[in-house]
Design a protein around this ligand. Structure first.
Ligand code: ARG
Length: 544
């Protein structure tokens, strides 16, 4: 959507109608620097006998439109438009929420850490993409709720409890760092020791029956782990409206299965329940021993959410390797009639190392998110000694470099590239907005009665780029793809930087009129880039 162009579209359509052409006119941004906007509708009408007449009529009509500065035609009848000063002034700031006339209530399921393990590199993208989609929807005036959906139930937890029991560890002394070794050790033991595995299964069953003694132990693990998770999330600037997990939907999962059975939508095959009719091969809902699967828990979660709120849309921001799971989940939700809302899996690729494989530590181990943050900080500290600032910049880098590649792609994590102040980086954007802030801090001039006559190229380009915010914003919103805004933030900053380099603001040689005009452009840039920051979930720093 190119904001503020309705009247231009209408004018062209009016001319078309006079020539019995009935089709919607579409405008796009031009890739040529001497043209602002293009219309391609005439290209396929090139063989129309009255094409020259139509073109003249378009010129005559648009010459009277005060949003258009100039109309011309390229070789194959592209209509090229430059926008007028009036257009640029009008679109220096917009209310994005007012432009969204289809407000929705949305649940975003993202993050999804498991309480037996620390947050690792694999959680980076769900957190960044999830938060950005949350923010974008919030700015668009949608009603958004985030739910972290903790992995806090089932076999992983049972394995930890079984291990603690077997090794006679003092659970009251448990620290989160212990969990880092307990869980991998317990999984390994279960692979080699059948009795141990059986024991864990019994524990899992008892947990599902909410055995009081076991729940007490589970709660200790939960508290130790969640406290640690929350601390790190806070450091990374993440907060959730709902902090529910798999443990909250045990009863609901049972209800879903029982209701489906009573509606005869499940087939009992050797004790394993499969939903029939909708899928071939059928979807496995419970194991032959009656225990629940990842899918069963997610069905229970849908039931839980439907019971507690009223969402038009559910978005699941989860690794693309789980896409099959979500296909099955959404199919089953509809088949069981659990919800009439829209369900979307927002998938994403992996963060890779230099070898193009998912990023690991140097010795091939799990790369913890906390370590990654520390490594970025260490890299920054090589050039900047201000610890507070480094803390904030590290977050900008981890977020911006993660949101810049389209989410469907894998990308390579390259610390040196990501901290380059002259590159396409979070630091570059921060630097531009700090520059603007410094200028604004020096002046109290109001925005009123500004004369925008005689715009030079830098000023005009900056105004035009500012007017593009809604286009990129709604691209990101409609496709759940933050990278459009990440890309825009860089282009906008670049154009601002050339404007800044080529144009003095406070100088004897600059007229008062130009000072006011340029200040208003800086102000408009500043608020626009802040909307971009906010949309991406990046906090602007105050100084650098
Ligand atoms: N805990 C899961 C995992 O680590 C992610 C949860 C994603 N959300 C969901 N509703 N399934 O793979």
């Amino acid at each position: 959507m190119i904001v503020g162009t309705n009247n231009i579209v209408k004018d062209i359509e009016t001319v078309f109608k006079n020539y019995k052409i009935f089709e919607p006119v579409e405008l796009t941004y031009s890739q040529y620097s001497n043209v602002d906007i293009q219309c391609n509708n005439l290209v396929k009408l090139s063989s129309n006998k009255r094409i020259e007449e139509i073109k003249t009529a378009i010129i005559n009509k648009l010459q009277q439109n005060n949003l258009v500065e100039n109309v011309s035609f390229a070789g194959n009848n592209f209509i090229n438009l430059s926008l007028s000063k009036e257009y640029l002034i009008k679109n220096m700031s917009v209310n994005l929420s007012e432009l969204n006339n289809d407000k929705k209530s949305i649940l975003i399921d993202y993050g999804g850490p498991n309480i037996g393990k620390s947050l690792h590199v694999g959680h980076l993208r769900t957190l960044n993409i999830g938060r950005s989609i949350y923010k974008i929807n919030e700015i668009a005036g949608n009603n958004v709720t985030s739910d972290i959906h903790l992995g806090d139930w089932g076999m992983p937890i049972a394995l930890i409890l079984a291990y603690i029991k077997k090794m006679k560890l003092r659970i009251s002394k448990l620290k989160h760092t212990d969990l880092e070794t307990i869980y991998p050790d317990a999984t390994e033991l279960a692979d080699n020791d059948e009795d141990f595995y059986e024991e864990a299964k019994q524990i899992s069953k008892k947990l599902n029956k909410k055995d009081a003694e076991l729940i007490k132990e589970w709660k200790i693990i939960y508290d130790v782990s969640v406290e640690n998770i929350k601390k790190l999330l806070d450091k990374l600037g993440h907060r959730f409206d709902w902090f529910y997990g798999e443990s909250d939907v045990v009863a609901e999962a049972k209800i879903v299965i029982n209701e489906a059975k009573s509606k005869d939508k499940i087939l009992d095959d050797n004790g394993a329940f499969l939903s029939k009719e909708i899928s071939d091969p059928p979807i496995l809902l419970t194991k032959s021993d009656g225990s629940y699967l990842y899918l069963t828990t997610d069905l229970g979660t849908v039931y839980f959410r439907e019971k507690n709120a009223d969402f038009d849309k559910y978005l699941y921001v989860v690794d693309q390797r789980q896409s099959n799971h979500f296909i099955q989940l959404f199919k089953t939700v509809k088949y069981f009639e659990l919800s009439e809302s829209d369900f979307t899996h927002i998938s994403y690729g992996t963060v890779n190392g230099k070898d193009n494989k998912p990023l690991k530590t140097r010795d091939g181990g799990v790369y913890k998110l906390e370590e990654l943050l520390d490594d970025v900080k260490a890299e920054l500290l090589k050039k900047n000694k201000n610890e507070m600032l480094v803390e904030q910049l590290a977050n900008s880098i981890l977020t911006y470099s993660d949101l810049l590649p389209s989410r469907n792609q894998n990308y390579k994590f390259d610390i040196e590239k990501f901290v380059d102040i002259n590159g396409k980086t979070g630091i570059y954007l921060q630097y531009a907005q700090v520059r603007a802030k410094k200028i604004l801090d020096q002046s109290y001039k109001s925005n009123k009665n500004i004369n925008y006559d005689n715009l030079n190229n830098d000023e005009r380009s900056l105004m035009f780029e500012i007017s593009k915010l809604p286009y990129y914003f709604f691209n990101s919103l409609d496709r759940n793809e933050p990278h459009h805004l990440a890309e825009y933030g860089y282009n906008l900053s670049q154009i601002f930087n050339s404007f800044y380099t080529n144009n003095k603001i406070f100088s004897e040689s600059v007229s008062e009129q130009d000072t006011s005009k340029r200040l208003s452009l800086v102000r408009s840039f500043y608020s626009t880039i802040h909307i971009v920051f906010d949309s991406l979930g990046i906090k602007p720093v105050d100084e650098m």
